[in-house]
Design a protein around this ligand. Structure first.
Ligand code: F6R
Length: 261
């Protein structure tokens, strides 16, 4: 696992956008894994900026969302599919139908998980998966104690996650769905490159446990320790509880120029 500590989220966005550019340059029909929430927003803004500048095209790419709420009507602004439409899709050039989420399969949520896994497999697997981390260490919507071998399925959101996400629902906890469909931890581990972002002090404990704690379903993001190509990009605040911060800084500073993430 590579840990990169940057001063600000905007600096992380530059590095991650570089990884998208390198991938799409090499493989224009790459398969992308998209996260929602506030963490990836600086990255999506940077991707949109580069697209406007003419240096980045998603015209042949396909994308799979990490997760989706269960129970929000189609078109609800807080549906993750809508979020991606507003924050990324509208600003770049994905082909129609190129982006799909686990809630888009028009089937009972309990049956959608295996069907979604099959869609990812049929697309050839995810080349680059971007991830945020929850303050309790959740990864996608794999809540604490999720199986490390889990696949896409329905999960119940923890009270803490619903509370954290109430800010997107006018602060009204009652409006936050209780269930979601989420890629599993094993699904995420199948991606060819996983980049997890974490910003702010509220993520510092979860980042520490994920990166330096024992592999444990108590901190689902620690599953990334099993990933053959995982990159964790955090700002100084989110890195503030890491014991090996200086080592990560020295290692990153010594990387051959142009190697990328
Ligand atoms: C979103 C997702 C979640 C978020 C996490 C952090 O698709 O899977 O795991 O990444 O809840 O949310 P923010 O970024 O809003 O702090």
């Amino acid at each position: 696992m590579e840990v990169v500590i940057v001063p600000r989220p905007e600096d992380a966005a530059i590095l991650v956008a570089d990884a998208y550019c390198a991938l799409l340059d090499r493989t224009p029909d790459a398969v992308l894994g998209l996260a929602t929430g506030s963490t990836p927003l600086p990255v999506y803004r940077e991707l949109a900026r580069r697209h406007r500048g003419g240096g980045l095209s998603f015209a042949r790419a396909r994308a799979f969302l990490l997760d989706e709420y269960v129970g929000l009507a189609a078109g609800h602004p807080e549906r993750y599919r809508e979020f991606i439409r507003t924050e990324l899709e509208r600003h770049v050039d994905f082909a129609p139908e190129a982006i799909i989420g686990p809630g888009d399969l028009d089937m009972d949520p309990l049956e959608a998980g295996p069907a979604y896994e099959e869609r990812i497999r049929a697309a050839g697997g995810i080349d680059l998966q971007i991830l945020g981390i929850g303050s309790d260490g959740h990864l996608a919507f794999n809540m604490p104690m999720s199986s490390l071998a889990s696949r896409t399925r329905v999960k119940t959101l923890t009270p803490r996650t619903r509370q954290d996400n109430a800010r997107f629902f006018d602060g009204d906890l009652d409006l936050v769905p209780t269930h979601c469909l989420t890629q599993g931890l094993a699904t995420i581990l199948d991606s060819r490159h996983a980049i997890m972002l974490g910003f702010g002090r509220g993520k510092a404990q979860a980042v520490r446990e994920a990166v330096e704690g024992p592999l444990s379903s108590r901190w689902p993001a620690s599953a990334l320790q099993l990933h053959p190509h995982a990159t964790v990009v955090v700002d100084e605040d989110a890195a503030s509880q890491l014991a090996f911060g200086e080592y990560y800084r020295t290692t990153y500073a010594g990387k051959p120029a142009g190697q990328g993430l």
